[in-house]
Design a protein around this ligand. Structure first.
Ligand SMILES: Nc1nc2c(c(=O)[nH]1)N[C@@H](CN(C=O)c1ccc(C(=O)N[C@@H](CCC(=O)O)C(=O)O)cc1)CN2
Length: 296
């Protein structure tokens, strides 16, 4: 079998188009412009690229973008003061602190200081609890993007066997909650899972989110399964830098029914879903109905 390629770049463009439509309506009918504040601490080169891209795409869909770039040695007190200011700014509907933070800053403390209603990353402990109990929450962008692509590809996911390889708070755990919410039978596998290849071979849906280059080989994949590759790993091949996922693309594509490529799969959906979450947060803050097609 040769897998169908799930084109995340094209799908993300459609999500952005939908977001732009909702933003137009918010402006025309309610006089409200959604605003997203992104906070970057330090000069991590990859983070700088992602933050630039977030700002650009925010403006492209018609929203206001507020960028706050802080020195790498910014104190926790100063960062928390900025978040407090953004929490109280009525023009800011979404707040995101780019991760990873420099080591001297406590990420959990910082994330949990964001107003949960403005936490467009969905990382605040309140949103984690709401998602885990099936209540309305802000949903982390990468898993939301994966869910949207899976729903688009399969229609209903009900009754499917899903294996999430990786148990991070940012991707693995919320991904499992979302799949459970769509009535999949879900296994979270990790480095200590016994007979990992056999566990993965049972799955109709495999979400690879371990952060290890090409860890999942094709012979772990059930014929016809869907592979969602969350990994973004920079490796050197033949003297050149290359981006690869957590799944070995060639061998997985030879067995899977559908697969997301890296780059151009899950990555672009992360920022598209951030924009979607900002519109959702803005609608909720103003007592308006949820934007259709942009939430879990
Ligand atoms: N506060 C957050 N920090 C981080 C998150 C997050 O969701 N919230 N996720 C990642 C980084 N990230 C967004 O912040 C992100 C990563 C990758 C992409 C993307 O489009 N990747 C492209 C490849 C780009 C490249 O060449 O490097 C792709 O996969 O096609 C977008 C956003 C960590 N931090």
């Amino acid at each position: 079998m040769t897998a169908e390629i799930i084109d995340g770049k094209a799908f993300a463009a459609k999500v952005r188009e939908k977001v732009a439509g909702h933003v137009d309506r918010l402006k025309d009918e309610h006089g409200i412009t959604p605003g997203l504040a992104v906070v970057l601490v330090g000069e991590d080169p990859a983070s700088q690229v992602y933050v630039r891209s977030k700002g650009k795409q925010t403006v492209e869909v018609g929203m206001n973008s507020y960028e706050h770039k802080l020195e790498a040695d910014t104190s926790e007190e100063d960062l928390l003061a900025l978040i407090d200011q953004l929490n109280n700014d009525k023009d800011v509907h979404g707040i995101l602190v780019q991760l990873p933070l420099p080591d001297h800053l406590d990420s959990d403390l910082v994330i949990n200081s964001i107003d949960p209603a403005k936490d467009v990353d969905g990382f605040h402990i309140s949103n984690v609890g709401l998602l885990g109990t099936g209540q309305k929450s802000m949903v982390p962008c990468t898993p939301l993007g994966c869910l949207m692509m899976l729903r688009e590809h399969h229609g209903s996911l009900s009754g499917m066997d899903a294996v999430v390889v990786g148990r991070s708070n940012i991707v693995g755990k919320p991904m499992a909650q979302l799949l459970l919410g769509d009535s999949c039978t879900v296994t979270i596998a990790h480095s200590r899972t016994k007979d990992l290849p056999e566990v993965v071979r049972r799955a109709d849906i495999v979400v690879a989110a371990v952060g290890r280059p090409e860890m999942v080989p094709g012979d772990w994949i059930k014929e016809g399964a869907t592979v969602i590759d969350v990994g973004i790993n920079r490796v050197e091949r033949d003297g050149k830098n290359k981006l690869v996922g957590d799944a070995d693309y060639e061998s997985c594509a030879a067995r899977a029914g559908a697969i997301t490529p890296v780059p151009g799969g899950v990555g672009p959906m992360t920022i598209a879903c951030l924009l979607a979450n900002t519109v959702t947060a803005c609608c909720r803050a103003n007592g308006l109905s949820e934007p259709e097609g942009l939430t879990a």
